[in-house]
Design a protein around this ligand. Structure first.
Ligand SMILES: Nc1ncnc2c1ncn2[C@@H]1O[C@H](COP(=O)(O)OP(=O)(O)OP(=O)(O)O)[C@@H](O)[C@H]1O
Ligand SMILES: [Mg+2]
Length: 291
């Protein structure tokens, strides 16, 4: 079926294999323009691998990933990372990847260099036009620092910031690149409940005030239920269900995937481990739990 005009990203039949392991098998879903779409699933389900395919870090073995924007359909599955970024798809990482020795402000400046240089020949450095672009990048960096509550941290080295501040700085960095789609890989992982709640408010505002569409990997079920319009549930590299949060909450296959994770004991890997457990135990309220 051709995507309708409300579709921003269309993922169709995407598979990726690593040697004998099929990490994603025939994944299809769409992100609607202006929506918050959540990708959920147990540890190892393939969520980050899916983000890596969308943002060009991995090339799918088969399938298509199309960005429908500005009246054009772009085949992301064939483009390198920087081209995808320029088309307006930005991301954060499950494990923060900031330039630890640069200040928060510098991190946001670097993120925009791809734009500052675009259309400006290198020889223009130092000219009024170049300086104008630099000034604009700095203005934008400050506005994102302010938006994310990081003004006071502007001139501190990113590596010295508190964990929650680093996570917000990553989002600021992704937003400074002026995306139409921002992919957030477990932005709330490791945050305390107050920080996580504040972050949800910010994510909602990104969509509401800047019109950016959000693709969100999230383990806190409360968050998924409260902020997403559409939920895609992965398990063992497959989409086991998708629909509205309310539909997912009632879907026995979804509940089972989460309870299965709980039975399996603590996830082997770090990063999201603590929250994953919280998500499994504290999330997915529904008929099975409430009676
Ligand atoms: N480059 C790679 N080479 C080999 N296997 C990989 C590679 N990248 C991912 N995988 C495998 O793909 C599967 C899915 O991993 P992925 O990191 O996408 O899961 P996830 O859903 O993000 O899990 P988590 O909730 O723990 O972050 C895992 O079995 C992982 O080991
Ligand atoms: Mg992951």
């Amino acid at each position: 079926m051709p995507p309708d005009s409300g579709t921003l990203l269309a993922v169709r039949n995407v598979s990726i294999r690593f040697g004998g392991l099929t990490a994603l098998a025939d994944i299809s879903f769409a992100v609607r323009r202006g929506s918050i779409t959540a990708v959920i699933g147990p540890n190892g389900a393939g969520k980050t691998t899916l983000f890596n395919c969308i943002t060009g870090f991995y090339r799918p073995s088969s399938g298509t990933i199309r960005l429908l924007h500005g009246g054009e359909e772009r085949a992301l599955e064939r483009l390198p990372i920087h081209r995808i970024a320029r088309l307006g798809v930005s991301r954060t990482y499950q494990n923060t990847r900031l330039f630890a020795d640069m200040t928060a402000l510098e991190n946001l400046m670097v993120a925009q260099h791809v734009f500052v240089e675009r259309g400006l020949v290198a020889g223009l450095a130092g000219t009024p036009r170049y300086r104008g672009a630099e000034a604009e990048a700095e203005r934008r960096a400050w506005s994102w620092l302010t938006f994310m509550g990081l003004d006071a941290a502007a001139n501190r080295r990113a590596g010295t910031l508190a964990y929650g501040e680093q996570r917000r700085l990553e989002i600021a960095r992704a937003m400074a690149a002026r995306p139409v789609l921002i992919c957030l890989d477990e932005p709330a992982a490791g945050l305390n409940p107050q920080e996580a709640a504040a972050l949800n408010g910010l994510i909602r505002r990104l969509r509401g005030e800047f019109g950016v569409s959000v693709l969100l990997i999230e383990h806190h079920m409360g968050v998924v239920m409260s902020i997403s319009d559409h939920v895609v549930v992965l398990d063992h590299g497959q989409v086991i269900s998708q629909g509205t949060p309310a539909e997912m909450q009632r879907d026995p296959a979804v509940v089972k995937a989460y309870l299965g994770e709980e039975d399996a004991g603590p996830p082997a890997r770090g990063g999201s481990a603590g929250v994953a457990q919280g998500g499994a135990a504290g999330g997915m309220p529904g008929p099975e739990r409430g009676g």
